[in-house]
Design a protein around this ligand. Sequence first.
Ligand code: GDP
Length: 455
Amino acid sequence: MFEDTIAAISTAWGEAGIAVVRVSGPEARQIVDSVFSGVKPLSATPPRYMRNGFLVDAKGEPLDKVLAVWFRRPKSFTGEDVAEIQCHGGTLVARTCLDLCISKGARHAEPGEFTRRAFINGRIDLTQAEAVLGIIRSKSEEALRASSRVLEGQLGEYLQDLYHEILDLSAKLEVGLDFPEEDIPFLDDTEASNRLLTFQQSLEDLLDRCRTGFLLRDGIRVALVGRPNVGKSSLLNALLQESRAIVTSVPGTTRDVIEEVLTYRGVPLTIVDTAGIGKPADEVEAIGIERAEKELHRAEVRVWVIDGSEDLTEADRDLAARISPLKHVVVINKADLPLATTEGTVREILPVSPVFIISAQRGEGLEKLKDEIVSMIAGSGTLDAGLNASSRQIHELQQCLNALADSRKALDKGLGQDVAGTCLSDALDSLERVLGIQVDDPLLDTIFSQFCVGK
Ligand code: GDP
């Protein structure tokens, strides 16, 4: 338990209906009591009972009509005594309310400190703490659901179970080693290997769900590439159904990189409209082309846009050769005009690429294109079971999976249960870092510094 009491404005900064000042720590109730004047003080009010009253300054003068409530530890968000004041949502009044609490002995909370305390006090595990951030940052309903599944404990509980099963297997392997005179190991290699295979398979399924959750939150970066005037900006506009990028018939006018975000099937798609890739006419265009080159590699999916009303040029063929080893789709645009370039023409140079025939101008063929982009990254499976996960968590789970695979390989090759056991301890370390069983302060600092103050 912490000895100091922290306070912060937990609602967003600016004018609003109400603002909430949250105070957490051993002195929480007394501090709020000393700036609150109601029919009864908070000390005479049962926990979780809203009390009507006034926020008062040091002289006892009322400043605002407020509601106050307190929660008794450990049944609070942080696991310690928490008191909250709901004042009117003006910047000055919320600030004054917080300052008064500080003057009575509270300390300004650091970013994410309430959630950090909830984690340290055992109210939530580290997966749930990180899910709080996911909930705050969700940009689509699907992403929100993926975070709330984790907050509910779906990821943490699964990993806790797996952790204990690995621990159990690891103990059995060790017992076998500690009593070699018994001659027979407590678990034979095949049996241990089979158990490892089961862990691997189920962790693999879980990782899939985490990757989906990651996708729902972070989305896919899509670069529109192609030579000038083929309709990249028009495609971006059509996708956004609004005209932000300049559409013009003069080649090479998209001189900079324009990016916009839209959501499809809950997945945020960052669409980047690049300058035409080709020979620059001037310096400004050269910069645009250089940026387009960078985007070509930075994006996860490239959409190569072709002007279907014209024949393929040398520049088109060059670009085709460059995108062919990268993840891409081909779009034959201007299908409202007679086509000079058809799917067959494209197949001659890119035989296995997905090809879509669209008209950016008429907004035709876009649904299938977006569908393909999402499926390329997410697979054809459902996005409904996603679990919000950070890249850190995904990395640790992948490490755990690798360690399980190494352990099984060691057994299958007859390298001995001691080698298999060492790999298992690596797997356990990874899970400990995800669940927060053994984490050091720098890691917690990194995680919680991403939160806002007051969360
Ligand atoms: P970018 O340089 O690749 O970004 O190309 P733009 O989007 O600026 O489009 C170049 C020209 O092609 C403009 O005159 C557009 O109106 C026209 N254009 C774009 N898409 C279509 C389409 O689907 N059909 C027709 N007929 N014209 C199009």
